[in-house]
Design a protein around this ligand. Structure first.
Ligand code: 9D3
Length: 265
């Protein structure tokens, strides 16, 4: 493999964190075979003061520190130049930020398509209270959040985004796993899974899964997915109903589930 299917450059004052992505599992295997690449840039290397400080106190006062525009822009420029030298068509700068649009499966799929058509991503990870707004104005194409909860910085979100994207590249997952991937794409939660032993501390594996009847198993799994989604994520079922995305079989199974739940109450 000579040309990677996805090119990432990442700007962070904690580059050592990224071994959590490049050092283990399928993400490690696929980066080692050259399916994707990650180059890290530490804005401290572009700080001009003797202490290599990249943050300063906020104008207007208040708690915490703000990342300065200068070292971040220098690091982004270096990343852009490296990507151009690596024949990347155009670089997209994504700032992982609590103010961004929340990441969704649909957005992951669109970004994966963009990557595979030759774009390179430059991921900007903030620390402290955030980054100087003028850096965002000048350099950032898009802001992405991974959800409405508070983290300590953008590094874990950047790894979440890369992990989600890398899984979509051809050759990263086996065929079985990529087929399974569709389960989220269908908008249903996964069914329960069981493995040996058949009885664990008195708890039996559902008989159907040991029956060898693949049609019964498929139907049971679909039913469990529908039941769980209805119970835990009624919003997902409602979305699917709006899109009229239920098959005749699913409608039948949902009726069975409703019937059985009537018995429970
Ligand atoms: C005083 C307000 N700050 C604390 C609530 C705002 C704040 C600044 C920086 C909150 C978090 C962070 C660090 N977080 C990220 O950089 C971040 C993030 C997140 O915290 N949650 C979800 N997605 C993301 S993407 C980047």
């Amino acid at each position: 493999m000579t040309i990677p299917l996805a090119v990432f450059d990442c700007v962070s004052i904690f580059p050592e964190m990224f071994s959590a992505l490049t050092g283990v599992g399928v993400t490690r295997k696929s980066v080692e075979t050259g399916i994707w690449s990650l180059t890290l840039w530490n804005p401290r290397d572009y700080a001009e003061n003797t202490w290599r400080a990249v943050d300063d106190r906020p104008y207007g006062g208040g708690p915490g520190m703000v990342m300065q525009a200068g070292p971040l822009e220098a690091a982004i420029d270096a990343a852009r130049a490296r990507q151009q030298a690596a024949n990347v068509r155009q670089s997209r700068v994504i700032y992982l930020s609590p103010q961004g649009m929340p990441l969704t499966h649909a957005r992951v799929m669109d970004l994966a398509t963009e990557l595979q058509s030759g774009a390179g991503f430059i991921l900007l990870c903030g620390r402290y209270e955030g980054v100087d707004e003028r850096l965002i104005e000048r350099c950032v194409d898009e802001e992405i959040s991974i959800g409405d909860f508070v983290l300590s910085g953008g590094e874990l979100p950047a790894m979440v985004l890369m992990d989600a994207l890398v899984r979509q590249l051809p050759g990263v997952l086996g065929d079985a796993a990529s087929a399974e991937e569709e389960s989220f794409a269908t908008g249903l939660l996964d069914c329960p899974h069981y493995t040996r032993p058949e009885v664990y501390r008195g708890l039996k594996t559902p008989e159907v899964l040991c029956s060898g009847n693949h049609e019964r198993i498929r139907r049971w799994r679909l039913k469990m997915s529908l039941a769980r989604t209805g119970k835990r994520r009624p919003d997902l079922l409602a979305q699917r109903a709006e899109r009229l995305a239920f098959t005749a079989e699913e409608t039948q199974l949902l009726a069975e589930i409703a019937q059985e739940q009537c018995g429970e109450h």
